[in-house]
Design a protein around this ligand. Sequence first.
Ligand code: HEC
Length: 93
Amino acid sequence: MKEKKFYSVSFLLVFLLAGSIFYFKDSLLISANSFKCLKCHKGKDSLETYLNEGRFKTADELRKLVREGPKAGLHITSSDEDLERAIKYLNLK
Ligand code: HEC
């Protein structure tokens, strides 16, 4: 009887451990999927808001705006990789 209890407790522990690893892995994935643009662009300054305001419509317009637009200076540290991620994120063509 005592042994049975021990087994079910260890089963529960393994279950909890596996669950927390799974949970942690998920949050790691989320941080890998987010990109630096979103650190500055959230809320009313989100990229979606800019898109809805019509600041850009296509992927090329966004690339031009970020690289050559009036705010290009603010984006010197933004990588091309992040820019391409933003394009995918917004589903631009
Ligand atoms: C360090 C903070 C920061 C990061 C990182 C950043 N931006 Fe910006 N971005 C700004 C600021 C500040 C503005 C100016 C906001 C305003 O006009 O009020 C801006 C403006 C813009 C604008 C509007 C430009 C215009 O002339 O209307 C676009 C589009 C934009 N950012 C896209 C991006 C994209 C795409 C990325 C990622 C590659 C990015 N930003 C990363 C801070 C940042």
